[in-house]
Each structure stands twice: as C-alpha cells, then as structure tokens.
Design a protein. Structure first.
Length: 242
C-alpha cells in the first residue's frame, strides 16, 4: 500500500497528467478552492468529482486507499482523443502574462514509471503494479508539444550497450507504424511488453523485432503473428542514473 495520503496522491495524478492546477480543476469541473482543499486533506473528494475521475480511467481505489495502480488500465492502452486547435482571441492574449508566471513552476514533466519493460522476451505487467517511482525531466528535452509520453524502467540486457538494465526510457506514444522502420520502439506482443528495434521486410510481409545485443534472439513475425503485435510508441529520451 502506498504511504502517500489522498492529497499527495492527487498531486501525483495532476503532475503525471502534465496539467496546471487550474486546467485540472477546469477539466474535472471543480473549483480551484475545492481542489486546494482536497490536496491539503481538508476535505475528501466528493462523489461527482470521483465519478469524473473514474470516467477518465483513474483507479479510485489507488486515489483513496493507495492500492493498485494509478490507472484502471495501463496508460498506453488509453486511446487519445485528437486535440483541435483553438483560434487566438483577446482573452487568450490577456492571459499570457499569468500563464508565463505559472510556467515558472511547470518547467519539468513529472512522469510516473508506468511499468518495467523487457529488454528481452516480452514480460506481462502485473495487474497490481503500483506507481512507486516518478521521474522529473526538463520540458526542453521534449521536442513535440502536445505529445503524450510514458516512462518505463528497462528490465534486461538485450538492448545493451546502448540501453542498459535499470535505465529509464521515455516513450512518445503513437499508434501509427509509419516512420518507425529502424527505430527503437516499445511494443506489446502476446500479453507482454518489450523494447526492440523495429524493422519491416515488405517483400516477405514480416516484422522484425531486433535486439541491439547480438547475444539475444531476433523475433521475426509473419503477417499472421504480427496481428498480435501493437505499438506503444517510440523512444524519445534515455535516462541513466549514475
């Protein structure tokens, strides 16, 4: 069970979503005052607010009791809704000064470590996986604004020497395989997740999952087997703690 209290877990949730406090309150239809009271444990979250969190796939048992994972389903399985660009207006221009002040406190992305990801054969993520770790990464490291990112701890040696056991990898989420030929990707196969260099053999209609360490086997998937394969995303940042 997590040692954090409800307010602290709510703060972790907001940071993991990479949202400002005001935007989070707006998205979940609560006042800034109520949010502040929830975070300081002056009040317990009300039922309507909890219901909206549940609709967003947040695990309420984790929030209230510290049990299980932050999300009901792994975050890489939550489908993203496309965002539409908004036209600029005078109100947005007037708010820029306030936003710039808030940005001083939002210069890093705060990512929960979603799970261990195999550097070897795919390994399943346990249903009771807890977000015990978080990493903070400067926003300047993220090249694409608006993209969704996931953090994993590497488990295994198949991607050495470039990616080592216990390294952290930040994955940019995507579902489109185009442009991934030759890239290191996080993929899901047969119920497990793994990190591999993806290559396509269009002539033979095969997908090749290749380790960087020659001591490990190459996985070659034919057109039937590849139906079991899904893309989580491509590697964006490698973090190594010395």
């Amino acid at each position: 069970m997590s040692t954090y209290n409800v307010g602290q877990r709510l703060e972790l949730l907001i940071k993991s979503m990479n949202k400002k406090q005001g935007q989070f309150a707006k998205d979940f239809n609560i006042s800034n005052t109520s949010l502040a009271r929830y975070k300081t444990n002056e009040r317990m979250p009300d039922s309507d607010f909890l219901a909206r969190l549940g609709q967003a796939k947040i695990n309420l048992n984790w929030l209230l009791n510290g049990e299980g994972s932050m999300y009901i389903v792994p975050p890489w399985e939550i489908k993203l809704e496309p965002k539409r660009a908004k036209k600029a207006d005078d109100k947005q221009a007037a708010a820029k000064l306030t936003d710039s002040i808030d940005d001083v406190y939002m210069r890093t992305n705060y990512l929960p470590v979603s799970a261990d990801i195999s550097a070897g054969d795919p390994i399943p993520v346990p249903e009771n996986f807890e977000y015990a770790e978080h990493i903070e990464i400067p926003k300047s490291y993220f090249r694409e604004k608006g993209a969704q990112y996931l953090a994993f701890r590497v488990n295994g040696k198949s991607m050495e020497p470039t990616i080592q056991n216990n390294d952290m990898v930040v994955i940019k989420r995507c579902y489109d395989w185009s442009g991934t030929d030759g890239m290191v990707c996080a993929v899901r196969y047969e119920g497990g997740i793994t990190l591999k260099r993806v290559q396509f053999d269009h002539k033979r209609q095969e997908i090749i999952l290749q380790p960087l360490n020659s001591d490990f086997r190459v996985m070659v998937l034919d057109s039937v087997q590849s139906e079991e394969l899904s893309l989580i995303g491509t590697i964006a940042i490698l973090v190594r703690f010395c």
